[in-house]
Design a protein around this ligand. Structure first.
Ligand SMILES: [Zn+2]
Length: 194
């Protein structure tokens, strides 16, 4: 039996691939895939944060290096951590929200401060913060001294932290305040409280 059923062997002209002509020069662009940036790496191997600075960021919504005024991150990335301490006082820290990774503007310092897990410096070399395991249940916290940064376009003088006195005043009161209960964000507390 002949098995030459119709269509099993297409005629030669149907099989032939279209002649490969060089595309007109301008046609290239139609198919150009947007080039992906190679992943950025830091000399110190710091992790790069995916979130870039907001396009419309002004100095009023920025944390900047106190020395060179380079933007370091948006105030959206920050929170004040408020807690009563054992001495009966109140501590207020300015920290990177724990759910955020250090942005690319945070360069891990070659020398880590004593008791810190990482120290962070600006491109200009000025050290503006440390990560320490001192927050809720020894959670890591990347915190910034008021004398090391500019916040909302303002500088703070004095070695004493200004955060306890200004965190609840405009424009700084736009920055989220977290407590021991909300340190990790607004995830609803599960019923398994110990
Ligand atoms: Zn700087």
């Amino acid at each position: 039996m002949e098995s030459a059923s119709l269509g099993s062997t297409p005629p030669p002209w149907a099989k032939a691939p279209p002649p490969k002509k060089a595309k007109p020069y301008e046609a290239r662009y139609e198919y150009e895939i947007p080039s992906k940036k190679p992943p950025e790496t830091h000399p110190a191997g710091a992790t790069v944060c995916a979130s870039a600075l907001p396009r419309n960021a002004t100095e009023h919504s920025l944390m900047q290096c106190v020395v060179c005024e380079r933007p370091l991150c948006s105030t959206e990335d920050l929170a004040f951590f408020w807690r009563a301490n054992k001495q009966g006082g109140v501590e207020v820290h300015l920290m990177l929200k724990p759910e955020n990774q250090e942005p690319a503007t945070f360069i891990q310092a070659p020398i880590t401060d004593k008791n810190a897990m990482a120290s962070w410096q600006c491109t200009c070399g000025f050290k503006f913060g440390d990560t320490r395991a001192v927050a809720v249940r020894k959670a890591e916290m990347s915190a910034f001294k008021s004398s090391s940064i500019m916040l909302c376009g303002q500088r703070f003088t004095g070695r004493k932290s200004q955060w306890p006195s200004i965190y609840n005043r405009p424009p700084f009161n736009a920055i989220e305040v977290r407590t021991r209960d909300t340190f990790f964000g607004t995830t609803p507390a599960s019923g398994s409280a110990s």
